[in-house]
Design a protein around this ligand. Structure first.
Ligand code: PGA
Length: 249
């Protein structure tokens, strides 16, 4: 059985004080793994504010080197230093706004794993790619290239987030059927790359306009193991309502 994860990606939102307030309002769950990803400047404060409640904390990005002349970046050692144990890599905003490619994302994945961080690797097609029926092709390349060099054993530390770019922050959510189809494809691809056992265990989260009112339909799909939530994770009430939906499964 794969443990459901409900992850909040706060993106470039919230001051330190606001982040502390938000994490304090989020419920912990025995059944569902809850995770939040604040901005870098709030990571330590959020780790402290969650106290001993079962809430995981992730960075939203990192550089693959440990230190050096990389102005504006932070390293895996620095992420760990804050108390965070997870890192989101390859988010579509990193790929499309900041032009990160699969080769760079792969270096980050390898480095995060080598430093003992757990990775949430985001993948997903753009609208033109879906309309040109290239969704599977895009997912195939992003999984194959982004996970190059990772061993089947290391896949224990990898979570995949399927986030169709056209659904992120747009209010246009994938239907449960569309999402299930893409998740099933990703699981088959992971089986091909790492074997059936790994594919059965790996968690694949859905992201893109996931909200309390569409959570039941999406989360009940066979290959959907939770959600990566942007907009609806910025208020404790809506994020908690999604955790509640996951607990009802
Ligand atoms: P959204 O963002 O829920 O606001 O669509 C999801 C994400 O980018 O992870």
């Amino acid at each position: 059985m794969r443990k459901i994860m409900i992850a909040g990606n706060w993106k470039m939102n919230k001051t330190i004080a606001e982040s502390i307030e938000l994490v304090k309002g989020i419920k912990e769950s025995g059944k569902v793994q809850v995770l939040v990803a604040p901005v870098f400047t709030a990571l330590s404060a959020v780790c402290e504010a969650r106290g001993d409640r079962k809430i995981c904390v992730a960075a939203q990005n990192m550089h693959y080197e440990e230190s050096g002349a990389f102005t504006g970046e932070i390293s895996p050692l620095m992420v760990k230093d804050t108390g965070a144990k997870h890192v989101i890599l390859g988010h579509s905003e990193r790929r499309h706004i900041f032009k990160e490619d699969d080769a760079l994302i792969k270096e980050k994945v390898l480095s995060a794993i080598a430093h003992g961080l757990k990775v949430i690797l985001c993948i997903g097609e753009q609208l033109e790619e879906r309309e040109a029926e290239k969704t599977n092709e895009v997912l195939d390349v992003q999984l194959t290239e982004g996970l190059k060099g990772i061993t089947p054993d290391q896949m224990e530390d990898v979570i995949i987030a399927y986030e169709p770019v056209w659904a992120i922050g747009t209010g246009k959510v994938a239907t449960p059927e569309q999402a299930q189809e893409a998740h099933a494809f990703c699981r088959r691809k992971i089986a091909e790359l790492f074997g059936e056992d790994v594919a059965e265990k790996v968690r694949i989260l859905y992201g893109g306009s996931l909200k309390p009112d569409n959570a039941d339909g999406l989360l009940s799909q066979k290959d959907i193991d939770g959600g990566l939530i942007g907009g609806a994770s910025l208020k404790a009430d809506s994020f908690n309502a999604i955790i509640d939906a996951a607990e009802r499964l």
